[in-house]
Ligand binder design. Structure first.
Ligand code: HEC
Ligand code: HEC
Ligand code: HEC
Ligand code: HEC
Ligand code: HEC
Ligand code: HEC
Ligand code: HEC
Ligand code: HEC
Ligand code: HEC
Ligand code: HEC
Ligand code: HEC
Length: 413
């Protein structure tokens, strides 16, 4: 008998516990279901007042059904709506995506965008939903996603396009970014050829760790840019790291160039384009002012400024671009062992004597070009001397000529 009561009481306890647990479990039958939410929120006229503005509360369930979170309950994001009965509180706290995407959330919180919000409550900095949308979130591999490569420049451009409220109210270092990017080789590859492996904004800036260029951890900080381009331009970076400019073992304390000193970040052009070829000398000249000046005094340099000047030799045609070496290195394109071949690219008949043509010849450099220096001064001396002699001669001749003329006139009378 005792045993029967014991079993019965256990069964009662079990059912009681089951009943109690069913209340504690989320998503219990008394909470609002997705269908119930939709009953009210599929009404296109449902609106509310927020901060003095009328906001639509319409939710398009058909779009939502095709998204990555379709199997999530509405209340997995709108947690405060998870209540018994058919009324949820209002207003509710904003959705916190980081509850589930905590790793990305942490990176984002420390980005320039996240810090702009946490440090000075910047209303114009993007939250998750500004780049991903609210109810149309798709994996970045889906062509319709706001984060699909073809759409990324538009997603960032909503704020970063010149002339938006954001660009007008913030003090930014870069201007016309979207316009410049669209005209660059990367932008053209994307928009004209639909080349999705080309560089989009997030290839260089990342999606969630966007930082100011001045931040040493930024992917676009001077110290990190070579690695950033190296994601795709592996062959060039390998070559660059062996050159005089990129060699990691260099001990010079002078500023050495990185990719964007010769190819601007947002205006990167196709390198055989005329406009790119015509600015090479200026770009090298930013650091090698003397060589750039002397180059401009030579045939190639002067012809550069004429019509069709993009065809004459530019710094990189003789020195290389990513493989530049000091002249004494046998790898240098202008080292004695290679120079004939270098000139022969354009002068098919070039031989050793042709290459003695002085590329950076200047009369100002007595040590490097003594012949030019002394010849220049000898010729200049001769010229000045000649002019001085004949000048004096002419000046002395004038009174004499006048006197002769005067005599002539008086003699006639
Ligand atoms: C009985 C109708 C009804 C149901 C069911 C309902 N809502 Fe609402 N919801 C409203 C109304 C009305 C408002 C605006 C309240 C106001 O203006 O006071 C609102 C507002 C909201 C808001 C805006 C909150 C804010 O702070 O801006 C969200 C989000 C929301 N509902 C989500 C949900 C979700 C999720 C569900 C299901 C779990 C749900 N609603 C179920 C009627 C409903
Ligand atoms: C992946 C998360 C997520 C899910 C799932 C989700 N929402 Fe939302 N919802 C948001 C975000 C983000 C907002 C923008 C407001 C905010 O940040 O709180 C929002 C806003 C709303 C609003 C306010 C009107 C508006 O468009 O701003 C309503 C109403 C709403 N959701 C209803 C629903 C309903 C109904 C479901 C389920 C069918 C649902 N949501 C599922 C993320 C979600
Ligand atoms: C400035 C725009 C932007 C913001 C803000 C942003 N994202 Fe993203 N997110 C992207 C882009 C673009 C991608 C596509 C991947 C890429 O290009 O690197 C992406 C990819 C993702 C992915 C999938 C791929 C991956 O990296 O695992 C998840 C999940 C994601 N974001 C969640 C979030 C969450 C959560 C937040 C807020 C904490 C957020 N994102 C904020 C732009 C943004
Ligand atoms: C309740 C948890 C939860 C919340 C809240 C949530 N997500 Fe998700 N999210 C998921 C799950 C689960 C997946 C599917 C992961 C998978 O299939 O790899 C996902 C997938 C994604 C993806 C696609 C990831 C990929 O690799 O393709 C993106 C983008 C994304 N979420 C963004 C967001 C954004 C933005 C918010 C806030 C508006 C948000 N999520 C809120 C759980 C959540
Ligand atoms: C909703 C608007 C918005 C969107 C979308 C947006 N940004 Fe921003 N972005 C800002 C704001 C605001 C700042 C902070 C500017 C400041 O205070 O310096 C910022 C800062 C930056 C910075 C640092 C520059 C600086 O001066 O602080 C970079 C780089 C950047 N964004 C790149 C991107 C990229 C790449 C995307 C797309 C993946 C993107 N942004 C999407 C609004 C936006
Ligand atoms: C090929 C790589 C690359 C691409 C693609 C790219 N950027 Fe940049 N971006 C950079 C570099 C490198 C800088 C560093 C500044 C410089 O040029 O001096 C920069 C600077 C910026 C800045 C200013 C940051 C600061 O701290 O001053 C913003 C904002 C920005 N980019 C936004 C974008 C947007 C939006 C896109 C897409 C339309 C984009 N970028 C595409 C490489 C890139
Ligand atoms: C000192 C200036 C300079 C630096 C630094 C530089 N480049 Fe170049 N780059 C050039 C020139 C000049 C050309 C054109 C080469 C030619 O016409 O032979 C070029 C060509 C290119 C090309 C086209 C392919 C080719 O070789 O013709 C790519 C891609 C490229 N550079 C990427 C990079 C990357 C990535 C970096 C950083 C690791 C970088 N460049 C650093 C000057 C530079
Ligand atoms: C996500 C991959 C990716 C990244 C990152 C990237 N590029 Fe490119 N880049 C490409 C592709 C792909 C092309 C070819 C585009 C085309 O031909 O339409 C290209 C083209 C170029 C060209 C023109 C080449 C030519 O033949 O004229 C230059 C120069 C260049 N990139 C420089 C850079 C520099 C500098 C960086 C870093 C700041 C960089 N790229 C980052 C993928 C990338
Ligand atoms: C940002 C500055 C900068 C730019 C731009 C630059 N260089 Fe240099 N260059 C240097 C520095 C610094 C060195 C010395 C590196 C060392 O000794 O480690 C150097 C070395 C050289 C050398 C070897 C000379 C020697 O004395 O060892 C040649 C040749 C050269 N550069 C040519 C060029 C050409 C051609 C361009 C343009 C395509 C160019 N540089 C662009 C800074 C620059
Ligand atoms: C027609 C081929 C040619 C062109 C174009 C050319 N150079 Fe040179 N460069 C040479 C030769 C040959 C030398 C070695 C003899 C000399 O110094 O005149 C040299 C020497 C140099 C040196 C010293 C190298 C060393 O190792 O000491 C630098 C730096 C340099 N050039 C930079 C430039 C820059 C910058 C430009 C463009 C403004 C340029 N060069 C254009 C052929 C060229
Ligand atoms: C990228 C092509 C290119 C390279 C490389 C090049 N040149 Fe030239 N050079 C030209 C062009 C184009 C002209 C103008 C030819 C004309 O008008 O007939 C020219 C003209 C000249 C001239 C004057 C006109 C003449 O034909 O006598 C000399 C001298 C000369 N180059 C020397 C050199 C030397 C030396 C080198 C190697 C160190 C060199 N060039 C490398 C393209 C190049």
């Amino acid at each position: 008998m005792d045993n029967i009561t014991k079993y019965l009481s256990r069964i009662v306890l079990f059912f009681f516990a089951l009943f109690a647990v069913s209340f504690l479990l989320p998503g219990n039958s008394l909470a609002l279901t997705n269908d119930e939410c939709i009953e009210c929120h599929s009404d296109e006229d449902l609106t509310t007042e927020k901060n003095g503005e009328t906001v639509s509360l319409f939710m398009d369930i058909e779009i939502f059904k095709g998204t990555i979170h379709a199997d999530n309950g509405c209340v997995s994001c709108h947690e405060e709506a998870d209540v018994a009965g058919d009324e949820h509180p209002f207003p509710m706290s904003p959705v916190n995506c980081e509850n589930c995407h905590d790793e990305i959330g942490e990176i984002y919180q420390n980005s320039a965008h996240g810090l702009s919000i946490s440090d000075h409550n910047d209303k114009m900095a993007p939250r998750c939903k500004d780049c991903h949308t609210k109810h149309n979130i798709l994996p970045p591999t889906n062509k319709e996603a706001s984060t699909y490569p073809l759409n990324i420049p538009f997603t960032c451009g909503r704020c970063h396009r010149e002339g938006t409220e954001m660009t007008k109210s913030h003090d930014l270092n870069q201007h016309n970014i979207i316009e410049n990017y669209s005209m660059s080789i990367h932008g053209k590859g994307l928009f004209v050829d639909g080349l999705i492996v080309t560089a989009v904004c997030t290839s260089c800036h990342t999606a969630h760790n966007v930082q100011k260029a001045s931040n040493p951890d930024s992917t676009v900080n001077r110290d990190n840019i070579v690695d950033t381009c190296n994601q795709c331009h592996v062959g060039i970076v390998d070559q660059f790291k062996l050159s005089v400019h990129g060699n990691p073992d260099s001990t010079t304390d002078k500023k050495r160039p990185i990719c964007i000193d010769c190819h601007n970040s947002h205006t990167i052009a196709q390198v055989d384009r005329k406009d790119f070829r015509l600015i090479i000398a200026d770009q090298c000249g930013n650091c090698h002012a003397h060589e750039s000046e002397t180059y401009l005094e030579t045939y190639h340099g002067r012809a550069s400024m004429l019509w069709g000047g993009e065809k004459t030799a530019k710094c990189s045609d003789c020195h290389g671009s990513h493989n530049i070496m000091p002249i004494k290195s046998e790898k240098s394109m202008i080292n004695a062992v290679n120079i004939v071949e270098t000139c022969a690219k354009c002068h098919p008949n070039a031989n050793q004597s042709f290459t003695t043509y002085l590329t950076h010849a200047t009369h100002n450099d007595r040590e490097k070009y003594p012949y030019l220096f002394y010849t220049f001064w000898a010729m200049t001396g001769l010229l000045v001397g000649t002019f001085a002699f004949f000048g004096l001669h002419t000046i002395l001749w004038v009174p004499r000529a006048l006197i002769e003329k005067f005599k002539e006139i008086t003699a006639k009378k």
